[in-house]
Design a protein around this ligand. Structure first.
Ligand SMILES: [Zn+2]
Length: 89
């Protein structure tokens, strides 16, 4: 029985460095598409640019997820007077 070397992919949370290990041991995937798909299936956040955040619900993870959100939309229309008295251009 020959011993062969294979390349594989594993996922680690960008916030807490915990590996993706739903059964208690790190899972090795054949490729990144498979890894991202299964991580998403189990509730991990996987962004298009490769960031991975596990489903831990502490402040550090929430802060990381908040950082991925787009900026607040501007709700003031041109000519409208804001609460602070300034007129939008
Ligand atoms: Zn994490």
């Amino acid at each position: 029985m020959p011993i062969k070397t294979h390349a594989c992919v594993s996922i680690t949370c960008d916030v807490c460095d915990e590996p993706y290990a739903p059964e208690g041991y790190p899972v090795h995937f054949a490729n990144t598409a498979e890894a991202r798909g299964l991580a998403r299936f189990y509730g991990w956040l996987v962004t298009g640019d490769g960031q991975v955040i596990c489903h831990e619900a502490d402040i550090a993870h929430q802060t990381a997820m908040d950082g991925l959100l787009p900026p607040e939309p501007v709700t003031q229309v041109p000519g409208q007077i804001a609460i602070d008295g300034q007129v939008a251009e």
